[in-house]
Design a protein around this ligand. Sequence first.
Ligand SMILES: [Ca+2]
Length: 427
Amino acid sequence: MKRISQTLLATLALAGLPASAFAQEAGGAAPRQPRVEGEAFTAPTSDAAGTVPAETEAPNTTYKPMLPNQTRAPKPAEATKVKVETVAKGLDSPWALEFLPDGRMLVTEKGGSLRIVAKDGTAGPAIPGVPKVDARGQGGLLDVALSPSFVADRLIYFSYAEPREKGNGTTVARAKLVEDKGAARLDDVKVIFRQMPTYDGDKHFGSRLVFAPDGKLFVTVGERSDKGPRVQAQDLTSGLGKVFRIDTDGNAAKDNPFTGGEKAKPEIWSYGHRNVQSAALDPQGRLWTVEHGPRGGDELNRPRPGVNYGWPEVSYGIEYSGEKIGEGKTQAAGTAQPVYYWDPVIGPSGMALYTGDKFPAWKDAFLIGGLASQGLVAVKLDGDKVVTEERIPLENRIRDVKVGPDGAVYAVTDGPDGKILKLTPGT
Ligand SMILES: [Ca+2]
């Protein structure tokens, strides 16, 4: 049995298995079922799906997807009607939004300020205690997450581009948000995790922070963009281009995939990532991410422990110069395919699972912020496959998106006069 079918090879690649995993068994009994969730090669369908893709622009590459609906999925037959109101404005390059239990909003600004925005949209003063950030380029104060037991412990976690000796890097700190006589401050600020190595650049810091249901913290980062460091996305001894999983003190989770050896950083959950700026849990509590790809290669992934997501050896995108990435491979044994990709790119930033009841059509959909696409991207899944993609134009670069306690969707716009937009059903 010399001829291994393309489909089987593709299946193995999708499962993150080398072709040799099959070859070893080829002479024996029927091959073991590949580790692929669902019927990978059946085109997913949905009653809500229309007949044309949400994407209307021509692609930037000539690459073809390996899987059905892996790109340019149909948009829903019926567009979601959305009313957009501005609830806050005048924020200075806001980067992340998190709702406090009382409905106020905690907002980071790229320059290094953390503010509480009242329900009426009034932004409070910069909260003292935030460490110095390196705000050049894509750096700054980045994501913020509340402790899963915030009501009791008042702890917050935030990531930022940290100025370091000979460069900078993405760092995660924890602090207590204290409010006393109407004034907020951060107490007990402690760095719990540093992405290493330090690099002297101003690009691809990631990052997003997501608490899993087990209390572990996922930290997504970038690979620092330049051709020198970016190859370290494939290097398990480097912290560049990874998703990490740590505890609330910054230690590697004990059941992470690469613990117990010198050949890999124990905090690593998955690798081969480019610049992950969107992350959220699905209804089952599993992590999903969207990363900035090169030209034509933004990716939706469901990072699984120990799995290689390919960058910079495998990508559906090309360099902005038009050159191929590496050898121009869109699939390879030992690497996982993206669940979905965008060509042209959407420029992902921020992501939320829609859990409210105001938009029934978006129930359990991922809402993804689009910087380049200037709006939200709503992705509906069936199992681990995309069935529909919908674009919600907002005429602004969207930096973050969250679902409010009222079930409305809140989108944060990028730039020096940043706004928080509230989306409710209507026109
Ligand atoms: Ca990939």
